[in-house]
Design a protein around this ligand. Structure first.
Ligand code: SF4
Ligand code: SF4
Length: 277
């Protein structure tokens, strides 16, 4: 896609990267078919192609509005769109760049900042989150409808996990939210992987994978405060302090990303990136 970065955008530390990614998109729209937010909302701007276009406009110096920020906020950073892109567009990197610029130009109000801070503080704490979930289930009838809809009525309890018996292993981050809201998901993933000849080793010391901070545009915190595991963006983060007896994490399944983690645990063929257009 032809792109003319504004003078302001050219000063960004990742300007060249943003321009390269924008130019690699051929605007074909294959990615929209695999985007959950597009499937749900049916709006081009809530799909990857639309968001790429919005970020292009932002970086070319056009007006940024709250609506632009909302469309970028709704992206789950799941990277499903990247699996169907024929040009190898590094969407998640472009999104990171775009979100930071939009955040700067359309600051959030106090209420939204407090809410996001609250989420970043509470959600990564599994003990507190579990207590809040249980309390919410008891007082479900008193909650607003949108919160009721988010609380599962009868979470499926975790079934037995297979023994650790295969030479091929993968580390799993148990997650902060999943053990309370969907306790059987990780156990089911362990059984599926066992059938495929891979044993799951639970990384109990790993703590939070950083997904909440990362998705709420606090990337510095996400990449420095969570023990140095893979970031949700799929890049290895800066390692935090780690006892010398603790082995480094080489591949990890995070419960926040279990649905899209396969591309991180099997070798990927080199991707052909689209040429500049
Ligand atoms: S991101 Fe990839 S699949 Fe989506 S419009 Fe661009 S080139 Fe096509
Ligand atoms: S990362 Fe996920 S939610 Fe965001 S555009 Fe891609 S497929 Fe859609």
């Amino acid at each position: 896609m032809q792109t003319q970065l504004s003078e302001h955008a050219r000063q960004l530390p990742r300007a060249a990267e943003a321009e390269r990614i924008l130019r690699s998109c051929v605007h074909c729209g294959f990615c929209t078919a695999t985007c959950p937010t597009y499937q749900l909302l049916g709006d081009e701007l809530d799909g990857p192609r639309g968001r790429i276009y919005l970020i292009k406009q932002v970086l070319e110096g056009q007006d940024v509005t709250r609506s632009t920020r909302d469309h970028l906020d709704r992206c789950l950073s799941c990277r499903n769109c990247e699996t169907t892109c024929p040009s190898g567009v590094e969407y998640h990197n472009l999104l990171d760049i775009g979100r930071a610029v939009v955040e700067e130009q359309v600051p959030r109000g106090l209420g939204e900042r407090l809410l996001r801070h609250g989420l970043r503080t509470l959600v990564p704490n599994p003990v507190v989150f579990k207590a809040l979930t249980r309390t919410g289930q008891v007082f479900r009838p008193l909650l607003p409808e949108h919160l009721q809809a988010k609380l599962p009525r009868h979470p499926v309890p975790a079934k037995a996990r297979p023994a650790n018996q295969h030479p091929r292993k993968v580390l799993m981050l148990e997650g902060c939210v999943q053990p309370s809201l969907s306790p059987n998901t990780n156990a089911a993933a362990a059984r599926v992987l066992d059938r495929l000849g891979i044993s799951v080793v639970v990384a109990r010391e790993a703590g939070c994978c950083g997904a909440i901070d990362y998705h709420l545009n606090a990337r510095n915190k996400a990449c420095s405060g969570h023990g140095g595991t893979s970031t949700p963006g799929g890049q290895r983060s800066r390692p935090g302090p780690r006892p010398s007896s603790r082995p480094p994490v080489v591949a990890a399944l995070s419960s926040a990303t279990t649905g899209t983690c396969w591309n991180r645990i099997r070798p990927m063929p080199p991707r052909r990136h689209g040429s500049a257009r």
